[in-house]
Design a protein around this ligand. Structure first.
Ligand SMILES: NC(=O)c1ccc[n+]([C@@H]2O[C@H](COP(=O)([O-])OP(=O)(O)OC[C@H]3O[C@@H](n4cnc5c(N)ncnc54)[C@H](OP(=O)(O)O)[C@@H]3O)[C@@H](O)[C@H]2O)c1
Length: 174
């Protein structure tokens, strides 16, 4: 599979210890500081997400274009673009990026989509949630021979954050 047709592909993810990203098709924590970071990292960009993540959020997020990946040819939802494969989603996202003047394509999850795009991602914007939480959706482990950690910012829990966390950025080794 090719990447973003020339544009960098960035994964944005928050995972707890063991790579847990969700359970029962929802997020398992409330971290207002991380939601703000997610917004800042995704505004003005096309975002690719799996059908389950889209249904978990329930609506397209304003200021972004959402490409929902599904194998269901009948799937429709207001205000989103639908793609039948990850490749088709990347092609649609690069078309949208050109229209929006975006310099990056965002992969917004969930576990199934992360697992299929880690191999073509150029960057990972990760939030490490410092908590042990049981879930049923996971981020794959990041191979240090493939990705180098470029920044790490530790944060104590703010007033509307349930846990302490770190913002960690990785870049693909070339
Ligand atoms: N913490 C975070 O950063 C974060 C971010 C996003 C999501 N999440 C969590 O992750 C969980 C959801 O993840 P998930 O792994 O269950 O589901 P998902 O990745 O969101 O969606 C999976 C669905 O995507 C479609 N799909 C996957 N691969 C495809 C392909 N190659 N071609 C066409 N369609 C494809 C299928 O939809 P159809 O079944 O319709 O065919 C599949 O059922 C939730 O708990 C959510 O809250 C966490």
């Amino acid at each position: 599979m090719s990447g973003g047709h020339g544009l960098p592909v960035a994964i944005v993810v928050a995972y707890a210890r063991g790579g847990v990203i969700g359970g029962d098709n929802r997020l398992l924590w409330r971290l207002r500081t991380d939601l703000k970071r997610f917004r800042a990292l995704t505004l003005g960009k096309p975002m690719i997400m799996g059908r389950k993540t889209f249904q978990s959020i329930g609506k397209p997020l304003p200021g972004r274009e959402t490409v929902v990946v599904t194998r269901d040819p009948a799937f429709r939802a207001e205000g989103v673009h639908v793609a039948g494969s990850v490749e088709a989603a990347l092609a649609e996202a690069s078309r949208l990026a050109a229209r929006m003047g975006a310099n990056e394509i965002v992969i917004a999850g969930g576990g199934d989509i992360y697992a299929q795009t880690l191999a073509i991602a150029d960057r990972i914007h990760a939030t490490e949630v410092h908590a042990d939480i049981a879930g049923d959706a996971f981020f794959p482990s990041i191979d240090p021979s493939q990705f180098a950690q470029v920044t790490r910012e530790e944060h104590p829990a703010g007033p509307d954050d349930e846990h302490a966390f770190a913002f960690v950025d990785f870049a693909r080794r070339r």
